[in-house]
Design a protein around this ligand. Structure first.
Ligand code: ZN
Length: 241
């Protein structure tokens, strides 16, 4: 088992290209995508095209579901809502249909993996795993050794030991045989951990590592300005917030 795990691309083509190039350099062939292809950024169609071509598994996130009309917009803040609205106006019918067919959770039994954009508990409620308590609850809602998530745009690795003890790691862990894990791969297209570099995870049977990749966010910002997307969404890319 050797996978690159990517999430939350959010129509950021420059970040997605940079991450795929980094994945290729490492000779990793299989990419798992955990959702939110669109929303926020200026290149929804190009990102969906590239994700379709490159990824073995693709899930939908809350922004994808909002664009297809399957999640109500009133749960989004003003900027996110404006970006969803902009995406609805610019996405092709074919890509919209493609997004509408994606699942929000997938189990890969052979690899002992559960994949979900938000949380294994009630994934359609789009809640976040932020605290140790959130993680503790969610460990009861999947059976596999590892659950891969995105959604919060903040990478982390949470380990649950057989004793029940929960340990938080920042960017790398060697798996211990009896423990289970929730791994947040971070965000390709809009990192929020005060590091503007694109984030993704490299996973094999023995370990996981969070990787950071520089990309030309100035170009993404230029396109966002041209598209008339909200200022806050443009500025946050250089700050990683
Ligand atoms: Zn997202």
């Amino acid at each position: 088992m050797l996978y690159a795990v990517i999430s939350d691309v959010h129509s950021n083509l420059e970040a997605l290209y940079a991450v795929i190039e980094d994945i290729r350099k490492r000779n990793i062939e299989k990419i798992l995508f955990l959702g939110d292809a669109v929303g926020y950024g200026p290149n929804p169609n190009e990102c969906i095209e590239l994700l379709k071509k490159e990824c073995l598994v693709l899930l939908a996130g809350n922004h994808d579901r909002a664009v297809t009309g399957d999640t109500p917009l009133d749960r989004f803040n003003e900027n996110a809502r404006a970006a969803v609205q902009w995406t609805i106006e610019h996405i092709t019918g074919e890509h919209l249909e493609f997004l509408g067919k994606l699942d929000i959770l997938k189990v890969m039994e052979k690899d002992n993996l559960c994949l979900v954009h938000s949380t294994p508990k009630e994934p359609e409620a789009w809640r976040y795993i932020v605290t140790l308590n959130d993680a503790g609850v969610n460990f009861r809602y999947f059976e596999q050794k590892i659950c891969l998530i995105g959604h919060s745009h903040t990478p982390f690795i949470m380990e649950k030991r057989p004793s029940g003890e929960l340990i938080l790691y920042k960017d790398r862990v060697t798996f211990s045989e009896a423990a289970r894990y929730i791994i947040n791969a971070g965000s390709v297209g809009q990192p929020r951990d005060r590091d503007p570099r694109a984030a993704y995870a490299v996973l094999n049977a023995g370990e996981v590592e969070i990787i950071r990749v520089d990309y030309n966010f100035r170009e993404t910002q230029r396109k966002m300005r041209e598209a008339g997307l909200p200022k806050f969404l443009i500025e946050r890319l250089e700050k990683g917030i």
